[in-house]
Design a protein. Sequence first.
Length: 260
Amino acid sequence: MLKRSFLNRQEPAVAMLYRPLSAGEAVAGALSAEYDGADGIAIEISAMPENERSVEVFRKIIDSVQLPFMFIDYRNDVICGADDDKRQEFLLMAADAGADVIDVMGDLYAPAPRELATDCAAIAKQKKLIEQIHARGSFALMSSHAANEFVPPEDVLAMMQEQSSRGADILKVVTAVNSEDEFQEAIRTLLLLNRELDKPFIYLGVGKFGRMIRYIGPKFGAAVTFGVHDYDEKGIYVQQPSIKSFRQVLDNLKWDIRNC
């Protein structure tokens, strides 16, 4: 049985996002996500021990369920920290192990506002990395987080178009949504992205209205959204609805902009 993919889907994907402390915890989380009805797994490897970051271990995790995996490693990595080059070595191992999608930070190799690099040398390195990801049979997602500000719709579109120009297969921007006016503009952002983009996109909100944007985003064209199996005392994914609640909303809200 062939695994599903985050790409070329007829329906938006609900992926479980988690940050396991070990390979065993990674497998357990994947099994929980599958049981909850998730369409995929988004795993942040930043807390895993270095001796468990190998092609063999990543393959074991990926093979634990019949769901596609997205591998992520941000600058909060407990081993590599802000060493962008080192973190990509682990992500390329994940691609070798069969990961469906590899996350490429938009400001990789040159930290920048809104996490979208403008440095020409950094952009060239990003393009080369994406070529390496593609050569391994994986897709590249480029992500930019602007969690401390609201990014206007036209700016989000421009950011995603720039991400696309670097070779990304999935385009992602996260922005704060803290007021009624920003919420209205976030809806306009979804409509604009759905109308103008020719690649799958992920648009997420954080802040007072962030959770609602996450719930309705897939109905307005977003290709992937993220949820959790459960919550813990750390609260690092408190903005994420649960997989089960996502399934209830998406399965029972009989409307989708793709069918309008």
